[in-house]
Design a protein around this ligand. Structure first.
Ligand code: ADP
Ligand code: MG
Length: 222
């Protein structure tokens, strides 16, 4: 089954009189269960692609299907639904809410998707064990290390069982040791649980954890 199918994707930003061609015709196909890294220098269009795949921004032209659904054929409510349930996101800066505990940061993602009010199931308890954060759940983000915060962010991204995990520079703020730990977990999620993962990174060592690497340059896939 195909998880992501992108055809002829372009994105042009207008900055005053200037047009910035962030994506210049991207074709990409990712099957369910794949772990793919997208690499490329700064400014090559990686985050623009990420935002479009996640339904966070519209393309200028071209088509994107996620999980068999053409994003252009979804209305706002459909796209919101997709973002909440079919796709999990992690970012370089964790994006945890600072006033909430780790547990409530995770719980709020369930609430938004309409899944709250039930206990966390056994499968999810296993995931928390794998992430090594069960004993840290009652702490607020500032009491957690960067590596712990990113592991909470992974837990939050996966709490609604999305078929796709999108990661934009997930180790960009971490030291070598924490990077390796987070990448090992991501790899495990893919290999043991079959989680489809698309990870953007500029770090070749991070990309080496993926099964396939796609290189971007100047808005194109090489
Ligand atoms: P990467 O993530 O690979 O560093 P980006 O996708 O962030 O690259 O950016 C690709 C190009 O698009 C760059 O030239 C960047 O300056 C430009 N760009 C990205 N977002 C915007 C925006 N919102 N407005 C104008 N230009 C943008
Ligand atoms: Mg980027």
């Amino acid at each position: 089954m195909t998880e992501i199918e992108v055809r002829g994707l372009t994105k042009t930003f207008r900055v005053g009189e200037v047009e910035v061609h962030a994506l210049r015709g991207v074709d990409l196909k990712i099957e369910r269960g794949e772990f793919v890294a997208i690499v490329g220098p700064s400014g090559s269009g990686k985050s623009t692609l990420f935002n479009i795949l996640g339904g966070l921004a519209p393309p200028s032209a071209g088509t994107v299907s996620i999980n068999g659904q053409d994003l252009a054929k979804l209305n706002d409510a459909g796209r919101t639904e997709l973002r909440k349930k079919a796709v999990g996101f992690i970012f370089q800066k964790y994006n945890l809410l600072p006033t909430l505990t780790a547990r409530d940061n995770i719980e709020i993602a369930r609430h938004i998707a309409g899944n709250s009010g039930t206990p966390w199931d056994a499968q999810y308890q296993e995931l928390l064990k794998l992430l090594g954060i069960e004993s840290r759940l009652d702490h607020k983000p500032r009491a957690l290390s960067g590596g712990e915060q990113q592991r909470v962010a992974i837990a939050r991204a996966l709490v609604n069982h999305p078929s796709l995990l999108l990661a934009d520079e997930p180790t960009g703020n971490l030291d070598t040791e924490n990077s390796k730990a987070v990448l090992s977990i991501i790899k495990h999620l893919n290999k043991r649980l079959g989680q489809t993962i698309l990870m953007i990174t500029h770090d070749p060592e991070a990309a080496a954890f993926a099964d396939r690497t796609v290189t971007m340059r100047d808005g194109r896939i090489l």
